[in-house]
Design a protein around this ligand. Structure first.
Ligand code: WT7
Length: 654
């Protein structure tokens, strides 16, 4: 890696940083190494308010079901709201909400607490209690954040489903959680269009398996025409407006499940990742403080949706736990034009901006075609720190982001983490780490990340391997809801003797610097525009179109904008279509996948064959499909292939 560019954080940034200089970082790492539990306990005492202080830090007796701060009690919403008001921040703006159409609404900490309490009391009034699961299917809004905080306040476990998921996906999650209530909105507004939410909830609840749901509470967003089922559905405002604006927090044990969030794995069914209250909130707050260097006068903007873990940790919990001011944005980066992000940074004087490489890449394209939406046409001088998340950022996009958005002045934190990790794992600290574009650099203090071989032995730097975490950390996944066996199999498989957390990614460390670069998933998980999807999940959706599809195999291929693109190889029950007919059937299948999972899972390419490339024992040769998807010449050994002629058919020759 001799031709790499290294970008140093400016002396000015380093001077003011919450963690300032490499020596400070090394001291924190050293402290964590010599006294692991003491390191985390100190942070947990400093950053969180406990109703009952914990006396135990880490309990490894039932590994890999680790427990942190188990005998301590606390409440997440108390920590995010009341505590800041007690510190005198009641009139400080917590959330600046900008709607799709540009209207701005603000909520102070006092106002957000009042709304949270009214929602909490509303939930209680319909019988929701501690330990119940509540689904939230809502777009980006102050109400969405308040709904999550309200669940936390009464000890109900929330499970947010991204508004782009279909009725079928929502149904599957409702059934798996056994949720007693759903909080939704009439509609959502994105890119100038009104899209259904409540109607999709209605559909999900007719698909069966959702008898646990007794109440649907509907936030009025658009006033659009929706149906209300008597005895089950109510307008949230009708119920909440008459509630008290105070609500005693339910003090829960640190291990109490704060939320379940479904994510894709290598088998068909999404897994309900269970997070704790104490350990999760600690890491949310600590990473916001150290990675994002959040200060009292910052305006923080994480562009993720609250339907993903990034929105949980860096919208609903982390910035609020530190008393910060943050943006919540309803719309999309390209509406009314591709200058929307830059205009919002200018208008709200955003100082810390956190987004995904896929968004940056699409905005680069737009900016290069049209000066009016280029960052140079906006005043971005309020920015002091940039972040990236969700997928590897290619060096060219990194350099553009650094130069044109950050004015070559703002450090970029390329944060590697996962739904399961709860918060950042490997990331530069902005006042510490010399940055190398495309590398997420070094582990967050206390995180024992390593690259190992299949037997769990450390790989020397410069040689790629499997990314693991050697010690449990506070915000780690606790289990997979309803499936502890799958938790063990997915994350603590026997190869590592149950010792190390297996991230599911490959990684390589630089020979000289020891910096980590993520080399991509080592399982059948795709990353499309930063959205995680299982190939088997998409295959199941395709074959569920039983009248048409006999067999399907899905692989990823590189894509300039979305990182990876979904490529499906399909065998139909009828003869192989060509030309316009193939196009028409591909559209039917795409729409079918959209209905089964959601629009984000629609394959970009669909190719038809009389069969799939298989070994004599009938196993699909996916590595060949991956080459075909990339349109690269087949150089692999095909001698075990039973039907070599099929390769020609599956080659893209349109
Ligand atoms: C997978 C996790 C964590 C928030 C959003 C995604 C990939 C994530 C990076 C990064 C390279 C990254 C990994 C990981 N990923 N961040 N900075 N550099 N790859 O959460 O949906 O759970 O996906 O996203 O492959 O395993 P997620």
């Amino acid at each position: 890696m001799s031709d790499i560019t290294i970008h140093q954080p400016s002396a000015e940034f380093v001077k003011q940083a919450n963690v300032s200089g490499m020596a400070a970082y090394e001291a924190l790492c050293k402290k964590a190494e010599t006294d692991y539990e003491g390191f985390w306990a100190e942070q947990a005492r400093e950053l969180l308010s406990w109703k009952t202080p914990f006396t135990k830090v880490l309990d490894e007796s039932n590994a890999p079901f680790f427990k942190w701060f188990e005998d301590g009690t606390l409440n997440a919403s108390y920590n995010c709201l009341d505590r800041n008001i007690e510190k005198g921040l009641g009139d400080k703006t917590a959330i600046i909400f900008e709607a799709d159409g540009g209207e701005v609404t603000k909520a102070t900490y006092s106002q957000l607490l009042a709304k949270t309490c009214q929602y909490a009391n509303a939930l209680k009034s319909v019988g929701v209690k501690k330990g119940d699961r509540v689904m939230i299917y809502i777009s980006m809004s102050i109400e969405g954040v308040a709904a999550m905080q309200a669940c936390a306040r009464i000890g109900a476990t929330h499970s947010v489903v991204f508004g782009g998921f279909s009725a079928q996906s929502l149904r599957d999650r409702v059934e798996d959680t056994g949720a007693v209530a759903i909080i939704t909105a009439d509609q959502q507004v994105r890119g100038g269009k009104h899209l259904p939410l409540k109607a999709i909830v209605d559909e999900a609840l007719t698909l069966g398996g959702c008898d646990s749901v007794k109440n649907v509470l509907v936030v009025n967003r658009t006033g659009g025409d929706i149906a209300m089922t008597a005895g089950r559905d109510q307008w949230m405002a009708d119920l909440a407006d008459k509630q008290a604006t105070t609500c005693e927090p339910e003090w829960v044990g640190a291990e109490h499940p704060l939320f379940l969030l479904y994510t894709s794995g290598s088998t068909g069914k999404p897994k309900g990742v269970q997070h704790s209250t104490g350990g999760y909130l600690l890491h949310a707050a600590l990473t916001t403080k150290w990675t994002f260097d959040l200060k009292d006068n910052d305006v923080f903007w994480c562009t993720a949706d609250i339907g993903w873990v990034t929105g949980h940790t860096y919208i609903t919990y982390g910035p609020l736990a530190l008393g910060g001011t943050e943006i919540v944005f309803e719309g999309v980066p390209t509406y009314p034009d591709a200058g929307r992000f830059w205009k919002m940074i200018q208008d709200h004087k955003v100082s810390i901006f956190y987004t995904a490489p896929t968004a940056i890449r699409s905005l680069i394209k737009a900016a290069e075609a049209n000066d009016a939406v280029h960052p140079k046409s906006y005043d971005l001088s309020s920015l002091r720190l940039l972040g990236s998340v969700g997928e590897p950022i290619n060096p060219a996009a990194w350099e553009w982001y650094y130069k044109h958005v950050g004015g070559s002045r703002c450090p970029i934190v390329d944060t590697f983490w996962q739904t399961e990790t709860g918060g950042h794992m490997i990331t530069p600290l902005p006042g510490v780490t010399p940055m190398v574009p495309g590398s997420c650099t070094l582990p967050f203090p206390g995180i024992q990340a390593a690259v190992v071989d299949e037997a769990g032995h450390d790989m020397p730097n410069g040689q790629g391997g499997i990314l693991v975490v050697k010690r449990p950390w506070p915000s780690m996944i606790r289990t997979i809801w309803n499936d502890p066996e799958r938790f063990i199999k997915s994350y603590y498989p026997e190869e590592f003797k149950g010792k190390y957390y297996l991230a599911g990614d490959g990684a390589i460390r630089d020979e000289k610097t020891g910096y980590f670069t993520i080399t991509g998933r080592i399982d059948d998980v795709l990353n499309v525009s930063g959205h995680r999807m299982g190939t088997m999940e998409i295959e199941s959706a395709l074959v569920s179109c039983t009248e048409l599809v006999a067999e399907a195999a899905v692989v990823g291929r590189p894509d300039d904008t979305t990182g990876e693109a979904i490529c499906a190889f399909v065998v139909l029950k009828r003869s192989r279509p060509t030309g316009d007919e193939a196009k028409a059937i591909a559209k039917i299948l795409r729409d079918h996948v959209g209905k089964e999972i959601g629009p984000i899972a629609k394959p970009k390419d669909i190719r038809f064959g009389d069969n799939l490339p298989k070994t004599r024992s009938g196993k699909i040769m996916r590595r060949l499909l991956r080459s075909l998807a990339k349109n690269e010449a087949i150089t692999q050994d095909t001698s075990t292939l039973e039907n070599p002629a099929i390769l020609d058919q599956l080659t893209d020759n349109h």
